[in-house]
Design a protein around this ligand. Structure first.
Ligand code: ATP
Ligand code: MG
Length: 392
């Protein structure tokens, strides 16, 4: 029965001069999300509003689901279109709408008519009164409440007449691309895909880096990360995933450095390489799935030592989250089932029995001097041989 959706957006409304940019980004993200849905959609801005017009047959649930992946949307209102054929016809349309959309008739309501076309023969007030009266007459169990109605029935007079009352919640946040770009360190775990989702929700576009260690990590472990990137790309738009062969660097660290420092030194090299790709692609920060105290490499001391090699900001959207909070989000966004597939990760293959939990920066730096002979060359090769996959 619905022919279009009115898109309600929140924070972008307060961005002053940037408003147009924000709206344009939102329109483009909406169009992108609807490519996944069968049907033909026309997304457009009109008088400070965004509409999705459904040109052909479409699947309502799938369309709403796609719109719910677009950051910046706070509400999705399904709209019924009526031809302008005079008041009597309009009353019929409104009554049919209520019968269908609000079958439970004992609710309070208010009619909110708006004339976007000023040549309409009645004023908004007159329309409110006429339609309200008709509704009361037809559905005597309904009551008017002008302050706190359960149903706010919007009737907008445009070329056609738009009728809507339902608001389906959107994901909130800001349209991706309105707040620059960041480089996500994406592993196959539960946390980093959620971290990518969270930063994208604030309007940041993301690309990603994944470190693997063939043959110690398998092709299936790599595929899992590609799959995760694809899942989050539903929210973030296409992700350029840089896949880095980390094996030789890891083996070299393993040979030259104390084993309990392995993880922390490895992480420092991951950050250095990720930063290289961030700078190369115009990303303004790195993003990780770290959360304080979750594992040995995520104590305050370890985070400080890892962070020390970075010259651009490192964003850790999950820093204060408990694991269960993160699991809840990963289930909600659809990454959980993939994240828990039991494939090896390069961080776990050479892991020490007792990794340092309070690394000392000077000691770590001294250990890294043992890498002087070959590490620059190995890093250079890892960067040069990176494979880039577009996940979408
Ligand atoms: P996750 O669930 O995201 O894998 P984790 O709890 O396993 O996190 P760590 O393995 O300590 O924690 O990793 C911390 C962060 O470092 C990850 O969230 C991710 O951002 C980054 N990271 C770890 N391993 C890799 C990897 N192989 N490739 C890219 N980034 C990685
Ligand atoms: Mg991990």
């Amino acid at each position: 029965m619905f022919q279009s959706f009115l898109i309600k957006y929140g924070e972008i409304g307060i961005k002053g001069k940037n408003r147009y940019l924000f709206e344009d980004m939102l329109v483009s993200q909406i169009s992108h999300s609807l490519k996944r849905v069968e049907g033909e959609f026309f997304v457009h801005k009109q008088q400070g509003r965004i509409y999705v017009e459904c040109q052909k047959e479409f699947d309502f649930d799938e369309t709403v689901e796609a719109l719910q992946t677009v950051f910046g949307i706070v509400g999705i209102c399904p709209v019924v279109h009526a031809e302008d054929k005079g008041l009597e016809e309009l009353e019929k349309e409104v009554l049919a709408y209520i019968a269908e959309v609000h079958p439970q008739k004992n609710q309070t309501f208010k009619v909110n008519a708006r004339r976007a076309r000023k040549n309409y023969p009645m004023t908004s007030m007159e329309l409110n009164a006429a339609l309200g009266e008709k509704i009361l007459e037809t559905f005597p169990q309904m009551k008017v409440d002008v302050h706190n109605p359960e149903i706010l029935l919007n009737v907008e007079i445009r070329e056609k007449i738009y009728i809507y009352s339902k608001i389906i919640p959107g994901p909130g946040g800001m349209p991706v691309g309105t707040n620059g770009k960041a480089m996500l360190l994406l592993s196959g775990g539960i946390d980093s895909p959620v971290a990518g989702y969270m930063i994208a929700k604030r309007g940041v576009k993301i690309d990603a880096v994944y470190f693997h260690a063939p043959p110690y990590t398998s092709e299936r472990a790599k595929q899992k990360v590609i799959d995760l990137a694809r899942i989050i790309s539903c929210y973030t738009g296409p992700i350029h995933l840089h896949i880095i062969n980390f094996t030789d660097i890891q083996l070299y660290i393993y040979d030259q450095c104390p084993h309990e420092e392995l993880t922390i030194i490895m992480r420092r090299y991951m950050m250095r390489i990720a930063e290289h790709f961030a700078k190369e692609t115009g990303a303004l920060g790195l993003v990780t799935g770290e959360s304080i105290g979750q594992v040995a490499s995520q104590t305050m001391q370890s985070l400080a030592v890892t962070n020390e090699v970075c010259t651009i900001p490192v964003y850790r959207p999950l820093i204060g989250f408990d694991k269960q909070d993160i699991v809840d989000i990963s289930e909600k966004i659809g990454t959980y089932d993939t994240s828990i597939l039991p494939f090896e990760d390069c961080c776990t293959i050479f892991v020490a029995k007792h990794p340092v939990t309070k690394p000392n920066l000077n000691i770590i730096r001294r250990s890294e001097t043992h890498l002087a002979e070959k590490i620059d060359e190995l890093v250079k090769t890892a960067i040069e041989t990176a494979e880039v996959i577009v996940a979408e």
